[in-house]
Design a protein around this ligand. Structure first.
Ligand code: C2O
Length: 608
């Protein structure tokens, strides 16, 4: 498949790829209109979890997919819809799917994180996620929520506004989804999917060290032409595992099948829905020669602002308007990690091409200027520009009075591990507690009042106060282990300060809260100062979102109203850190009202 076929437009492109059994997607907003809004008739999707062979960077390997697609299918809904997504597991791995950011009131049963709100769907079984789209519009996404399966099991959720409700910004001529991700294709690790994926995590924790980093970043499942299948790589890979390397892939034509191309028409405006589905990397994104106007984040409208580049953490989504108002040619769109600590990561740039209609494929695209990989100042100032729209129609209901103040330190650490390489294992913790995954769903345990599954004594603040962000602390790195949750009264207002620490090293952490949006009222570098910093909080139009990057050696304060009863997971969205235990959960109690308690579990909820 070459660019010419790719550029013919939405439908042809989409279905051709579907048949090819891999890749991704550009799906014009048009598809959203196929579904006419018939009240009470839910939209239905069938997700078949199946293992498919996919080839990237001259490396073919079996991966877990939804319906054989990589990335998976886009879910198109409208605000107010009910959508039934039946997930059938044909793969040999346990699976569960999370609808990241799609708030489900009183119904954590369909939230998806394995062993938190449900037990996994076992091979041969199905579970129907009965979802409601309430009070949200924009872009969200879905992904597997068990071990590292979300590396390939993910896709976009597009929420159109209610019928007759326009966008609060100029209507774009067309829409494109962009899923930014990291892919792991390392030769040695390539075998990983041939084995039991669950072995990886076990193996990783057995060694007690970080696993290999990814080999490429991708845009809509494609790394772009900056990743040729080099001869060197070919040799290296052939020595380590047996796979097929079709030599024709070196020819210019087939190389382009590794590149996503978006065709634009001069003078038209495009809505780009950008999703960071990477496992472990915060990413910068820019388009050569074109500014972007940010209009929505995490399915909440923002005050529009224009920027040359943006930062997006794993878990976050960003909608931007781009006007094709430049000299017609080919322009690169590029994504590259942001990392402001000296840690080894995959720092390669993924590219896609923005191509004006009629420009031949032979024209060399121009690369955009991305911020430097360690440009903390850019990240801080970009995040500062993010403001909720806060209009009469879309108000920002920021809690002004706080019922419950929480202060959680984020730390890395080392625990003894007799089977590990150095006798120790790298772990992570919140308030020095490394979360231990239960064997049964926490929501079930809560709802059926099962004893011995979890405790509700997660501390509101760390037991020891210290200079969190001073010199690196390398002694006494042990943590306590436990499935400890924090109990929150229904409808109380919560302020949570997430404080990074220099235990082992400082690092930025994108934190995601399930079941809620929160307001990011403040952030800063260094230690949070409870007497001075709150005075600087934005309580008028702070950004409202579901995932926030806590800066390296800094803090972030969020507020939310606990009006959604249930058990809700909170974790770092760097998969590596999640598996190291950087997670906890809130138990939000039932309210007194008739419609303020957790709904009964669905009949087909997977048993443990
Ligand atoms: Cu996007 Cu708990 O995850």
């Amino acid at each position: 498949m070459d660019e010419q076929t790719a550029s013919k437009g939405g439908f042809y492109w989409r279905y051709l790829f579907l048949f090819l059994g891999f890749v991704g997607f550009i799906s014009l907003g048009l598809v959203g209109f196929i579904f006419l809004p018939i009240e009470a008739a839910p939209k239905k999707y069938q997700f078949d979890i199946q293992v498919k062979n996919v080839s990237r960077l001259c490396h073919a390997k079996p991966i877990v997919t939804v319906n054989g697609m990589f990335p998976g299918p886009t879910v198109y809904v409208r605000e107010g819809d009910r959508v039934l997504i039946r997930v059938t597991n044909h793969a040999q791995y346990n699976i569960s799917i999370h609808w990241h950011g799609l708030k489900q009131f009183r119904n954590g049963w369909v939230d998806g994180p394995a062993y938190i709100t449900q037990c996994p769907i076992k091979t041969g079984n199905s579970y129907t996620y009965d979802l409601k789209v309430t009070g949200q519009r924009g872009t969200l996404w879905w992904h597997a929520h068990i071990l590292w399966l979300r590396a390939t099991v993910y896709g976009a959720i597009v929420i159109m506004p209610k019928e007759g409700t326009p966008f609060p910004f100029p209507r774009p001529n067309s829409e494109v989804n962009l899923l930014l991700v990291a892919i792991i294709l390392r030769c040695g690790v390539g075998e990983w999917w041939n084995n039991d994926v669950e072995k990886i995590e076990k193996q990783g924790s057995k060694l007690g060290v970080p696993p290999n980093m990814s080999d490429a970043h991708t845009i809509n499942g494609k790394p772009g032409p900056l990743f040729p299948c080099s001869e060197k790589r070919k040799k290296y890979c052939q020595n380590s595992i047996k796979i097929n390397f079709p030599s024709h892939r070196f020819a210019g034509k087939s190389l382009r099948s590794d590149t996503f191309v978006m065709e634009v028409e001069q003078g038209k405006t495009y809505l780009l829905r950008i999703i960071n589905a990477a496992l472990n990397d915060e990413l910068f994104f820019a388009i050569a020669g074109h500014n972007m106007t940010v209009v929505e984040i995490d399915a909440v409208y923002t005050k529009p602002f224009t920027t040359q580049a943006l930062i997006i953490t794993p878990g976050q989504t960003t909608n931007v308007l781009v006007r094709a108002d430049q000299v017609p040619r080919r322009y690169f769109m590029a994504a590259r990690p942001f990392i402001d600590v000296p840690l080894a990561i995959d720092n390669k740039t993924a590219t896609a091409i923005l191509q004006y209609k009629g420009v031949p494929n032979t024209v060399r695209p121009i690369l955009p200027k991305l911020p430097a990989p360690n440009d903390t100042a850019f990240v801080m100032s970009y995040n500062k520009r993010l403001r909720s729209l806060n209009s009469p129609q879309f108000p920002a209901n920021v809690p002004l009075k706080v019922d419950r103040r929480l202060f959680y330190t984020i730390g890395l650490g080392k625990n003894p591990c007799p089977t590990c390489q150095n006798g120790t294992q790298i772990i992570a913790s919140l308030n020095n507690i490394t979360f231990v995954m239960p064997q049964t769903g926490l929501l079930q345990a809560h709802y059926f009042k099962l004893k011995g599954v979890f405790s509700t004594d997660f501390p509101d603040r760390p037991t020891i106060t210290f200079n969190y962000t001073g010199a690196p602390l390398t002694a006494n790195l042990g943590t306590s282990l436990g499935t400890r949750l924090s109990k929150i009264a229904f409808n109380s207002t919560v302020e949570l300060v997430l404080q990074d620490t220099n235990l082992l090293t400082v690092e930025s952490h994108p934190f995601h809260l399930h079941g809620y949006n929160f307001f990011v009222v403040g952030t800063g570098i260094g230690n949070f100062n409870s007497s001075k910093d709150p005075a600087k909080f934005n309580l008028v139009d702070p950004p409202e979102r579901n995932t926030i990057g806590v800066p390296t050696g800094g803090w972030t304060a969020i507020r939310f109203r606990a009006d959604n009863p249930g058990v809700w997971f909170m974790h770092c969205h760097l998969e590596l850190h999640t598996s190291w235990g950087l997670k906890m959960a809130f138990v939000v109690e039932n309210g007194k009202g008739a419609d303020q308690s957790v709904l009964p579990p669905p009949k087909d909820l997977p048993p443990c």
